[in-house]
Design a protein around this ligand. Structure first.
Ligand code: 13P
Ligand code: SF4
Length: 295
């Protein structure tokens, strides 16, 4: 039996499913039962009918699945599959901002820890950030941890959006250099990219939004300004189009910790289980479920 067959067998025997983010390498995306962006994965995690969820993504995504599924076993195949951006925000920073802006609402990008989400009024993803902010009564929004997404939201709302902290970012997206982006195709840009990259975009969209945009477009060639393996998803879904990464070194090291071998081990040994203390999960769940209701 090859590795893929062994994984499929374990999935059947254990009533397990694999959820994978669009940034996973092609072979991991292919073995998954569902591939999507953060919002699609959070939604899927809240609907699945399986005993075990193996999450091929980074820590905050698996945590979100665990928070939404307290009765299921959520596994992440690597202990070091983490999102660097989430480190920019701590509960202390949120409390400090809350004191300074007592009338403001706290909107947290899902790329944040469960402890931080527990202090949020609502969470958002790059697919629904503007909608979430506009759904709130408050006129001032404390938005973290991504300052580029915060600036994007600020442009699309009348509310005052304060980045919390001022310079939270993703190293994968901020290192995409506007000067080196090929300009011979429709340019799809993730809102985590810096302002100057956003300013030349044909569309600023989440990874799931990129799939939807291409489905509606007649164009044949696309330049993709986000993590490099997003093109694996696009090439599979649209084999008749051409997709070029805006920068070949846009690689999320956290995402790349997940391999087929580790998924097999994860299913076989049921490691590593993602557990969020119920006291934190209870409050974080409220913020995530509120987001799912609004979007
Ligand atoms: P999406 O929700 O657009 O998939 O983005 C997640 C992410 O981590 C981007 O770096
Ligand atoms: Fe986090 Fe950036 Fe990786 Fe997305 S690409 S998971 S924001 S480190």
């Amino acid at each position: 039996m090859n590795l893929n067959e062994k994984i499929e067998k374990l999935k059947r025997e254990k009533n397990a499913i694999i959820l994978a983010h669009n940034y996973q390498v092609d072979e991991v995306q292919r073995i998954a039962d569902f591939v999507g962006d953060s919002l699609e994965l959070a939604r899927k995690a809240s609907q699945v009918d399986a005993s075990i969820i193996v999450f091929a993504g980074v820590d905050f995504m698996a945590e979100t699945a665990a928070i939404l599924n307290p009765d299921k076993k959520v596994l992440i195949p690597s202990r070091i599959a983490s999102c660097e951006m989430a480190r920019y925000l701590t509960p202390e920073i949120i409390e400090e901002y809350r004191k300074k802006y007592p009338q403001a609402a706290v909107v947290l990008y899902v790329n944040s820890t469960a402890e931080c989400k527990a202090l949020a009024d609502i969470t958002c993803t790059s697919a629904n950030a503007v909608k979430i902010v506009n759904s709130l009564d408050e006129d001032t929004i404390l938005f973290g941890p991504d300052s580029n997404l915060a600036r994007y939201v600020a442009k699309h709302t009348d509310k005052k959006v304060i980045p919390m902290p001022p310079s939270g970012h993703c190293y994968v997206h901020t290192n995409i250099d506007v000067e080196n982006i090929p300009r011979n195709g429709v340019l799809l840009v993730h809102p985590e990219c810096p302002e100057e990259v956003q300013s030349i975009a044909d569309a600023i969209v989440s990874t799931g939004g990129m799939v939807k945009f291409v489905a509606k477009s007649d164009a044949k060639r696309f330049i993709v300004a986000t993590e490099r393996d997003m093109v694996a998803r696009l090439r599979r879904d649209f084999p008749d189009r051409e997709f070029v990464p805006a920068w070949n070194n846009a690689i999320c090291l956290g995402m790349k910790q997940i391999t087929l071998e580790k998924i097999y081990r994860s299913l076989r040994d049921e490691v590593y289980q993602v557990k969020v203390p119920e006291k934190i999960a209870l409050k974080a769940r409220r913020a995530i479920e509120r987001m799912l209701e609004v979007s």
